[in-house]
Design a protein around this ligand. Structure first.
Ligand code: IPM
Ligand code: MG
Length: 390
C-alpha cells in the first residue's frame, strides 16, 4: 500500500519553549525519548486515544524508542475541570513537546455557553497558539473497504486535502448585535492576508511534487474578494516557484460535485479553512467512513498536532463501538512527519491494511453487501488487532 503522505514541512522535529514552533529546529540524534502531549478530550476521544497509545507503546517496544506521554486537558473536560476550554498549562505542555496527539472535543453538554466557552474554542485556540496553518487530510480508500464506499465502481481514491487552518471565517472578527430597526444581526468576516495563502500554497505544491504533481485550488472567486486574492496568490507562487506543478482552479460548489462525480481526478486539493472543513467531511465518506480519516496540522519546522477528522460522537461514547483507526493512522502520520520515524509509520499503516484485509471491521465500515463475510469488532478489539499485527 502506498504511504498516506510522504510529505514533511521540514525535516526537524521538536517544539520546546526555547524555540518557537514556526522556526526550523535541528534534531538531536542522542535523544531517543520523544515527548508527546496527549489530549484525550471528550466523547469517544478517551477510547480512541487509549487504543492509539497501545499501538504507540508497541512501536516503542519493537523499535527501542521511548515515548513520554504528557496528558493535558482541552475542550469540554477542561471546562468542567478548570473552567476554561484551553488552559494555559495545555499550551505550555504542547509547546514543550515533540508532537501533540488529540482525540476529539465537544458535546451537547457544552453547546449552550458563549462562543469562547465552547470546547471548539479550545481546539481553534490551540491550533492558533501552535501556528498550525496547514492541515493535511489524506483521503485514501483501502482496497478492503471498496464495499463501504458509497460510490459504485470506484477504482482508486487517493488524494490529500490541504486545508488552511488558522485564518478565514473561523478566526475573523465576529459579533452579534441588534440594529437600529430592532433586527438581530450576526456577522463573521472571512479575511485572508497574502502571506497566509502563500505559506499554505507552498505546502500543497511541495506535497504535489512528491505525489502526482497536480494541485487543484478550490475557492469561490466568482463571488468572494478573499477568494480572488487566494486565486491570485496561489497562481503567483506556482509561476515563481513551482512552474512544473500542474495547477487548476475550481469553484467550491463545483468541487463538492466533482468529489462525487469523479474523485479520481484529485491529487492535492488546497483550500481555505471553511471550504476545507466541509469538503474534507464530504471526501471522507469516499473512504467508507469519517472514522477512517486521519489528519496532521503542521506548523513550520515540522511540529504538528495529529487528530482524526471526525468529532467526539457523544451518541456512541463509552459503548466500545467507535472506530479508532483514524486516530491510529493520525499517530502514523505523527511518526512520519514530526518524529522522523518513517519505518515505524509504514508498520502501522501496513498493520491497518492487513487487519482490514482479514475482514475485521468496526460497525461504521461494514459494507452493505459484505456484512456476513466480515467480523465486526469493537474499539478495543480493533486496537488489539492492530497491536498484535505489529
Ligand atoms: C474539524 C472540526 C473542527 C473544525 C471543529 C470541531 C471546530 O470540524 O477539525 O474539522 O471545524 O475545524
Ligand atoms: Mg470538520
Amino acid at each position: 500500500m502506498s504511504k498516506l503522505t510522504e510529505f514533511s514541512v521540514h525535516s526537524s522535529n521538536t517544539c520546546n519553549s526555547k524555540v518557537s514552533p514556526t522556526e526550523t529546529r535541528k534534531s538531536n540524534p542522542t535523544v531517543t525519548a520523544k515527548k508527546i502531549a496527549v489530549i484525550k478530550g471528550d466523547g469517544i476521544g478517551p477510547e480512541i486515544v487509549t487504543e492509539t497509545l497501545k499501538v504507540l507503546d508497541k512501536i516503542a517496544n519493537k523499535y527501542g524508542h521511548t515515548f513520554e506521554y504528557n496528558h493535558v486537558l482541552l475542550g469540554g473536560v477542561a471546562i468542567d475541570e478548570v473552567g476554561m476550554p484551553l488552559p494555559p498549562e495545555t499550551i505550555t505542555a504542547c509547546k514543550n513537546s515533540d508532537a501533540v496527539l488529540l482525540g476529539a472535543v465537544g458535546g451537547p453538554k457544552w453547546d449552550f455557553g458563549p462562543g469562547h466557552m465552547r470546547p471548539e474554542a479550545g481546539l481553534l485556540g490551540i491550533r492558533k497558539e501552535l501556528g498550525l496553518f496547514a492541515n493535511l487530510r489524506p483521503v485514501k480508500l483501502f482496497s478492503a473497504l471498496a464495499n463501504a464506499c458509497p460510490l459504485k465502481n470506484v477504482t482508486e481514491i487517493d488524494m490529500v486535502i490541504v486545508r488552511e487552518l488558522i485564518g478565514g471565517a473561523y478566526f475573523g472578527e465576529r459579533n452579534t448585535f441588534t440594529d437600529e430597526n430592532g433586527n438581530k444581526v450576526a456577522n463573521d468576516s472571512m479575511t485572508y492576508r497574502d502571506f497566509e495563502v502563500e505559506r499554505v500554497a507552498k505546502v500543497a505544491f511541495d506535497l504535489a511534487k512528491k505525489r502526482h504533481n497536480k494541485v487543484i485550488s478550490v475557492d469561490k472567486a466568482n463571488v468572494l474578494d478573499s477568494s480572488r486574492l487566494w486565486r491570485e496568490v496561489v497562481a503567483k507562487i506556482r509561476m515563481d516557484e513551482y512552474p512544473n506543478v500542474e495547477l487548476s482552479d475550481m469553484l467550491v460548489d463545483n468541487a463538492a460535485m466533482q468529489l462525487i462525480h469523479n474523485p479520481a481526478q484529485f491529487d492535492v486539493i488546497v483550500t481555505e479553512n471553511l471550504f476545507g472543513d466541509i469538503l474534507s467531511d464530504e471526501a471522507s465518506m469516499l473512504t467508507g467512513s469519517l472514522g477512517m480519516l486521519p489528519s496532521a496540522s503542521m506548523a513550520n519546522g515540522g511540529f504538528g498536532l495529529y487528530e482524526p477528522c471526525h468529532g467526539s460522537a457523544p451518541d456512541i461514547a463509552g459503548r466500545d463501538i467507535a472506530n479508532p483507526l483514524a486516530t491510529i493512522l493520525s499517530a502514523a502520520m505523527m511518526l512520519r512527519l514530526s518524529l522522523n520515524m518513517p519505518n515505524e509509520s509504514d508498520d502501522i499503516e501496513n498493520s491497518v491494511n492487513a487487519v482490514l484485509d482479514q475482514g475485521y471491521r468496526t460497525a461504521d465500515i461494514v459494507g452493505k453487501s459484505e456484512a456476513e463475510k466480515c467480523k465486526v469488532v469493537g474499539c478495543k478489539e480493533m486496537g488489539d488487532l492492530i497491536v498484535n499485527k505489529l
